[in-house]
Write a protein that binds this ligand. Structure first.
Ligand code: HQG
Length: 183
């Protein structure tokens, strides 16, 4: 299987496990997990032909570790990024580094300066400890802007931070006072 085929399955899995499990008749538990065999069966029945080995390959080689397998390998979930109401993942609360980053597009900046960062359709605002990653995320939406987040200040103000299975930092929102724009 080549990278293009793996990327297509990764996109499909993201769609199913984060946003629309009902699109192939799959049910997620409140922590986002579903049975691997059931997922494959339902995907196959909906015209997406792949087997268990292919799915394991996609999980293993995924650039952002988007999917997590349970320790026994029987269940799978998206590490973060959910919008489906079926799921409310109990992410691990953790103290973040003093500074985190968020990449966005210049066209969103007026609104972000007014409102701070809000989750949009997802359940959290996504932050990273890696400025390059943030910049790449911002580029998806247009002219990128790299924002730094005063995570230490937020923590000291009592805000809870969570870390997803794949290391992405999650927070409910970021008030504009904790943001500064690098360029
Ligand atoms: C912006 C990727 C206007 C926000 C990445 C972003 C991430 C506002 C967009 C994950 C705003 C939401 C998530 C406000 C925030 N006014 N715009 N007040 N507050 N925004 O895609 O963070 O490849 O839902 O800056 O690695 O871009 O999918 O969030 O531009 O972890 O695995 O609203 O997606 O991972 O967009 O990306 P998104 P995101 P994957």
């Amino acid at each position: 299987m080549n990278k293009k085929q793996r990327d297509a399955i990764s996109k499909l899995l993201s769609y199913i496990l984060r946003h629309a499990p009902e699109s192939i008749g799959v049910v997620l538990d409140s922590d986002g997990w579903t049975d691997v065999d059931g997922l494959i069966l339902n995907a196959n029945q909906h015209g997406h032909a792949f087997d268990r080995q292919t799915l394991l390959d996609v999980v293993k080689t995924n650039d952002k570790k988007r999917f997590t397998l349970s320790d026994d390998g029987q269940r799978i979930r998206a590490a973060q990024g959910h919008s489906t109401g079926q799921v409310q993942v109990q992410h691990i609360e953790k103290a973040p580094p003093a500074q985190l980053y968020h990449g966005t597009a210049s066209r969103f900046m007026a609104s972000i300066e007014a409102q701070g960062l809000i989750p949009g359709s997802r359940h959290h605002v996504h932050l990273t400890d890696n400025p390059e990653t943030a910049l790449a995320v911002g580029k998806r939406y247009g002219q990128p802007v790299l924002l730094t987040v005063d995570a230490l200040g937020m923590r000291q103000a009592g805000v809870k931070f969570y870390q997803a299975d794949n290391g992405v930092w999650l927070v409910e929102s970021v008030p504009a006072t904790y943001l500064s724009s690098l360029y």
